[in-house]
Design a protein around this ligand. Structure first.
Ligand code: FAD
Ligand code: 2HG
Ligand code: ZN
Length: 463
């Protein structure tokens, strides 16, 4: 932009001098967690409250600059990284960190968008309640970012995606109006459910400033097992049996590959207590009622008898259970240390996962024989992180396209939980149907006619 001075002056007068970062102070906000996307923001703004966010939005729109909302900056799709034009302002919610109210009877929490997930979970646990969103980035990811991405994680099997936990939202709209719907209600059918538009919209329709989320009772007991399985077909059979035997107490059913555990051993120094297999399952159940351990033991016995499991450990203590989870949660970091991957966050119907993996693996072996796979994820949700390592840059687009085409053939999704951001927008545009394009652009234009809100994210700029 020609002269950023007047806008910076205005933003300083709205939020205070120290809330407007420029130059080297912007470093932590200008790139993503994977160091894959790099932007050059005009400035980074750190408002302290909703009124400051709203006034700042009006100022940015008046100056004709784009706005990139940012939470904990842990997103894996580049949605929170600005472009390199120097004409986008990052609005970080990291100073809006109040937990306003926990209602342990109505089982709700009202909190600002910048609260870190782990902090919110600790506050809920102190009231004997659980905020059931769990992911490896929970020490950094913030409530606004989790809602804006409709985050998944390892609790989805039992509690659903973030969307299902959102009871109320406060959102600053692209024209500066504030949509104030912070209701603590489980039932509210009065008109369109407007908040749904913003959940999963990755900052492309408005800025979430506060939310009311549903809590659940904090389970008193949990039981956790790491089991090696002979193949994916056996893992899927075991999943069906676990649903029958453990029912609604089944909270996580995670797939890890032997290659993934090897990465964690090499790069994170963590050894798994079960070894020598191609595939492993991390299974957890939680409940306020006792008897889970017996149910898990019975499940494991059945799995050995049926030939669906080859070895396994059942955690004897909370510390051992945490150790098993640490293996699972270290996969992303270990992969990064090993050189990174072409990431795919896909979902396919659960009964077809074994065929999908076999067919896609065969295809990749013939395309790029040197490729290595780090496949893991939420098998119980049909969601796999199909990460392809050791691929030359020149081949990466070809690999990405081929995997996504296969996902489309299985009637799956190319983004099960991480969103489109800027990483998958072009692929979404390639694979979406004409009515999906049409509706998406109409929604974007209706809410953000000037195209100021996170330009180029989710909705392609030129389509
Ligand atoms: P950011 O990265 O800051 O932003 C993400 C998107 O939301 C951007 O488009 C941004 O513009 C928008 N946004 C942020 N705040 C707001 C707001 N207040 N209003 C409007 N828009 C906003 N994700 C999963 O779903 N499941 C997992 O299991 C999982 N595991 C992960 C493990 C690791 C190690 C890492 C690094 C990431 C993982 N993620 C996972 C991805 C990431 O943690 C989630 O997408 C998370 O929801 C992002 O939250 P954030 O606050 O960091 O958002
Ligand atoms: C997980 O399930 C996250 O651990 C990250 O969604 C996935 O790194 C990935 O590909
Ligand atoms: Zn995941």
């Amino acid at each position: 932009m020609q002269d950023a001075g007047p806008l910076l002056e205005m933003l300083r007068s709205i939020c205070g001098d120290s809330a407007v970062l420029t130059g080297a102070d912007m470093a932590g906000y200008a790139s993503d967690w994977r160091d894959m996307f790099h932007g050059k923001p005009l400035c980074v703004l750190r408002p302290a409250n909703t009124a400051e966010v709203a006034k700042s939005v009006v100022a940015c729109v008046g100056a004709g600059v784009g706005i990139v909302p940012q939470g904990g900056n842990t997103g894996l799709a580049g949605g929170a990284t600005p472009d390199d034009s120097g004409r986008q302002v990052v609005i970080s919610l990291d100073r809006m960190t109040a937990i306003r109210r926990i209602d342990s009877i109505g089982m709700t929490v009202e909190l600002e968008a910048g609260v870190i997930l782990q902090t919110a979970k600790e506050a809920a646990a102190a009231e004997n309640r659980l905020l059931p969103i769990s992911l490896a980035a929970e020490g950094s990811a913030r409530i606004g970012g989790l809602i804006a991405t409709n985050a998944g994680g390892v609790d989805v099997l039992r509690y659903g995606m973030t969307r299902g936990l959102v009871l109320g939202l406060e959102v600053v709209l692209p024209d500066g109006q504030v949509l104030h719907r912070l209701r603590h209600l489980r039932k509210d059918n009065a008109g369109y459910d407007l908040k749904q538009l913003f959940i999963g919209s990755e900052g492309s329709l408005g800025i979430i400033t506060a939310a009311v989320l549903r809590l659940v009772p904090l389970p008193r007991h949990r039981t956790t097992a790491l089991i090696s399985v002979p193949d994916i077909a056996a893992a899927v059979r075991l999943y069906a049996r676990a649903q029958d035997d453990i029912g609604e107490a089944l909270s996580a059913f995670e797939l890890i590959s032997g290659d993934g555990l090897a990465l964690v051993a090499t790069h994170m120094g963590q050894e798994a207590p079960v070894k020598g297999a191609d595939w492993y399952l991390l299974i957890e159940a939680g409940s306020s009622l006792p008897g889970l351990r017996t149910a898990m033991e019975t499940l494991m016995e059945a799995a050995f008898e049926e030939g669906w499991a080859t070895d396994g450990v059942l955690a004897e203590s909370e510390a051992q259970a945490d150790g098993l989870w640490s293996l699972r949660e270290s996969l992303t970091e270990a992969e990064g240390k090993a050189g990174g991957a072409i990431k795919h966050d896909l979902s396919v119907p659960i009964p077809e996962i074994a065929d999908f993996l076999q067919e896609t693996g065969k295809m990749l072996r013939s395309m790029v024989p040197e490729a290595r796979l780090n496949i893991f994820g939420h098998l119980g949700d049909g969601n796999l992180h199909y990460n392809v390592m050791n691929v030359a840059k020149a081949d990466s687009a070809r690999v990405n396209t081929a995997v996504h085409d296969m996902v489309a053939r299985y009637n799956g999704s190319i983004s099960a939980e991480h969103g489109l951001g800027q990483y998958r927008t072009a692929e979404w545009a390639r694979l979406a149907t004409p009515p999906e394009h049409d509706l998406t652009h109409r929604i974007k234009r209706a809410l953000d006619p000037m195209g100021v809100m996170n330009p180029g994210k989710v909705v392609p700029l030129h389509d």
